[in-house]
Design a binder for this molecule. Structure first.
Ligand SMILES: Cc1ncc(COP(=O)(O)O)c(C=O)c1O
Length: 386
């Protein structure tokens, strides 16, 4: 079936052939649990864990591979960071662009009376002004949760000054890098990030069911894990594992997923970021130009491509986002996502509630075949009388 996949913000597709080959080989030839036995195949699995941690640590400039915990998804990593770091009585600031995997755990804690929560607004295109965050600080502010880029608008936020502000004020800085990991450089040390959570199956290029959580050394010590269980070591003790990353990795890990993250991240590290990024920004402008030809289509983005990952949202004056997505799928085999994109707050500021937006997301680059399909769709939509 021919398909033109433009939902890379949900999960990347297709995966690299070497990623798929390594996963298949692992399942056929190895298949052992890591950190449990010392026989040959268990050692191969343990080696894959090391490879994944080393590659991800390099990608985000973490101080050591051991600061990377391997998780089941971005949501898993964010819940671990939030649930394991916040103490009752704390004040938390989160931005309006956050995904529900940040907002829902925080809102639940607020409803249970455990925390005070303030949401920082964004502007009509999804930009969060750091000055607004500063104004929300209270004496008991413990955590700032901030997405590196919105999964609705794709706009990249400024992290460095926020990290510095958090440091100066003793506030834990949690960054959701779901939409930027693998697409734009991230330096957790230079940006002063305490926790960085990301899926492994989007820009990183791993398979579904993967993610990771970086924790800065000081946070590794104070973190109280959400889950405890077997870790393959000190089995005589009923005291949970104390050392990061094992303290947040109880139970058997998703080894095929970890193999995929290792191979995909190593591939990213072999190519210069700058070239990949330049291509992504260029393709974003191309997509924006193409879509701006459709009468009645309002693009939720300004023209500076440097501020965006490969995500572009829009609304049409005649069609709902859901209708337009259905037309693109049925008539042009273009697969895009419509709706609120699991982001409860941002649409209030974008003025796109309750229908949400139509979101195009191309990942690292726009495939020429996809451009061809888009051109046909744009031509057809241009005939609609608006
Ligand atoms: C900004 C953002 N944060 C978190 C997530 C959750 O990631 P996962 O789907 O791996 O749980 C997503 C997924 O779309 C996202 O876009």
């Amino acid at each position: 079936m021919q398909r033109f996949y433009l939902d890379q913000a949900a999960t990347s597709w297709p995966k690299r052939p070497d990623v798929l080959a390594a996963v298949t080989e692992f399942l056929h030839e190895t298949g052992a649990a890591a950190g449990r036995g010392s026989y040959a195949s268990a050692r191969i699995s343990a080696n894959w864990l090391d490879r994944a941690r080393i590659a991800i640590a390099k990608l985000i400039h973490a101080p050591s591979p051991e600061s990377i915990a391997l998780m089941g998804s971005g949501t898993h990593a964010l819940n671990e960071a939030i649930g394991g770091s916040i103490r009752p009585g704390s004040h938390v600031i989160a931005s309006a662009i956050e995904h529900n995997s940040v907002l829902r755990p925080l809102e639940r804690m607020r409803m249970e009376g455990l925390i005070e929560l303030d949401i920082v607004p964004c502007d009509q295109l999804g930009w969060v002004n750091p000055a607004d965050i500063g104004r929300m600080k209270k004496p008991n502010t413990h955590l700032l949760a901030m997405s590196h880029a919105s999964n609705v608008t794709g706009m990249i936020q400024e992290l460095q000054s926020l990290g510095m502000w958090c440091r100066e004020n003793g506030i834990t800085f949690l960054v959701d890098a779901a939409q930027t990991i693998g697409y734009v450089p991230i330096d957790v040390q230079a940006y002063g990030i305490d926790y960085l959570a990301a899926p492994g199956h989007k820009g990183l290029g791993g398979i579904l069911g993967t993610g990771f959580l970086y924790a800065a050394p000081a946070k590794q010590v104070t973190h109280r894990p959400l889950m405890v269980g077997g870790t393959g070591s000190q089995s005589e003790s009923l005291v949970p594992e104390l050392a990061w990353p094992q303290k947040v990795e109880p139970g058997n890990l998703n080894m095929p997923g970890i193999v995929s993250m290792a191979v995909a991240t190593e591939a990213l590290l072999r190519e210069p970021f700058s070239e990949r990024e330049a291509k992504m920004h260029g393709d974003w402008s191309r997509l924006r130009d193409l879509l701006s030809r459709v009468p009645g289509l309002q693009l939720l983005a300004h023209a500076d491509s440097q501020k965006y990952v490969g995500v572009l949202s829009c609304c049409h004056s005649q069609f709902t986002p859901t209708d337009l997505a259905a037309i693109l799928d049925a008539e042009f085999q273009i697969e895009v996502r419509a709706g609120l994109h699991c982001a409860a707050h941002i649409h209030h500021y974008l003025e796109t509630a309750p229908m949400g937006t139509l979101r195009f997301s191309f990942g690292h680059e726009l495939d020429p075949l996809v451009v061809g399909a888009l051109e046909k769709a744009v031509e057809s939509l241009s005939q609609v009388d608006c």
